[in-house]
Design a protein around this ligand. Structure first.
Ligand code: NAD
Length: 364
């Protein structure tokens, strides 16, 4: 098949890890005889430096004309002044809004050889394989904030039935391809929005009699995520609860460098990015002493697994997506580790070497 992929590397380790993800996609195209074209564009701090705007109009236009977007990360101390008119983070927020990406998918799967990389006990983590589906364009982050002098501030949370319905459908459809279970997370004992959320999810569930539905209050969900993470399959929740629970869930895997994400709208179009930021503490050339002879040290697996999600959700290439995920699992099983997941007795590799190993493994 032919596909046009917009590549937005961004700042810090963004360009380092995205280079490896593109390398892997090129290998997939070669092995499975597809024609992928990659077009790079500016975003974040790099775009502010070049043209004074974190999301230049040409970048948004390129994304709109593409089948999918591969995104690195934005931000860093260089653009850290909170008083600045243009901030790198505006790049990703405007992109999600401009492209109508309302569903954020974050899978968390714990590789059996990395059970000790997490602060949690290995027997709790074994077999964890869940996806958090977070509503991304509604709720309290998109309300009408109001500051009343120095004594009072107000935020508003709004959800419409249509917004809840469309995200619930994403979660149920996803569960059908997995273990047929959806956990909806809300705060229905307190919030009116959550009662609408729960009622609407119940109604949507009637279309999916083969999928089990459970409701959890967000405080209980936060606890169960640490106590029995293996029991979760698909978790669906609103914008703010999703923001918090996805970070909590990321700790299960041991390193931010391992976790991919997808932001989707109703059709096949999507934006794919590692969940981590630009990691200025390890990005070149800021830490040459960490680099050694090997070059960059960031873990490119989150970016590579994001590329696998791109193959699955935007290009509908399931076998190719599975091949990339299989290659990642195989290379970890062979004992190769980047610095963030280094272990005694395992072979430590740099960013590029890790990308090379995955590339070699595909098609094997
Ligand atoms: P971060 O995710 O960049 O880094 C947190 C820690 O994890 C750091 O110690 C870092 O070295 C490590 N880490 C992250 N990714 C790694 C990888 N692939 N391999 C190895 N180690 C990795 O979060 P932060 O330090 O809070 O933020 C740094 C900058 O990134 C800030 O400017 C922030 O605004 C931005 N940020 C951007 C995004 C995004 O672009 N979507 C997301 C989060 C943070």
């Amino acid at each position: 098949m032919r596909a046009r992929i917009a590549v937005l590397p961004g700042d810090g380790i963004g360009p380092e890890v995205i280079a490896e993800a593109v390398k892997v996609l090129k290998r997939v195209a070669q092995t499975y005889e597809h024609e992928f074209t990659f077009q790079e564009a500016l975003v974040g701090g790099a775009a502010i430096d070049a043209v004074g705007d974190p999301l230049p109009a040409e970048t948004l236009q390129l994304c709109r004309e593409s089948d999918a977007v591969l995104f690195g990360a934005v931000g860093g101390p260089r653009w850290g002044d909170p008083r600045a008119a243009a901030r790198p983070e505006q790049g990703i927020l405007s992109l999600r809004q401009g492209l109508g990406l309302f569903a954020n998918l974050r899978p968390v799967k714990v590789h059996p050889d990395l059970l000790t990389a997490s602060p949690l006990k290995p027997d709790i983590l074994a077999g964890v394989d869940l996806v958090v589906v977070r509503e991304l364009t509604g709720g309290i982050y998109f309300g009408q904030p109001r500051v009343e002098g120095s004594e009072r501030a107000v935020d508003t949370m709004v959800y419409t039935r249509a917004e809840v319905e469309r995200i619930a459908h994403v979660a149920f459809r996803l569960a059908r391809g997995r273990r047929h279970k959806v956990t909806s997370v809300d705060k229905a004992n307190v919030l009116a929005c959550s009662r609408l959320w729960r009622h609407t999810v119940d109604q949507v569930a009637r279309n999916y009699p083969d999928v089990e539905l459970e409701h959890l209050l967000v405080d209980a969900a936060a606890m169960h995520l640490l106590r029995r993470p293996r029991d979760f399959d698909v978790i669906v929740t609103g914008n703010m609860f999703g923001d918090i629970l996805t970070d909590e869930a990321s700790m299960l895997a041991g390193s931010m460098g391992l976790l991919p994400s997808a932001s989707l709208r109703g059709d096949t179009f999507g934006l794919y990015e590692p969940i981590h930021g630009s990691a200025p503490d390890i990005a070149a050339p800021r830490s040459p002493q960490l680099w050694g002879d090997r070059g960059a040290i960031a873990n490119p697996l989150a970016a590579i697994l994001s590329a696998a999600m791109l193959l699955r959700y935007s290009l509908r290439l399931e076998a190719e997506a599975t091949a990339v995920e299989g290659a990642v699992a195989a290379v970890l099983s062979q004992g190769y580790r980047t610095r963030d997941i280094a272990e005694e007795g395992k072979q430590q590799v740099g960013t590029r070497e890790m990308g090379d190993l995955i590339e070699l493994e595909i098609g094997n």
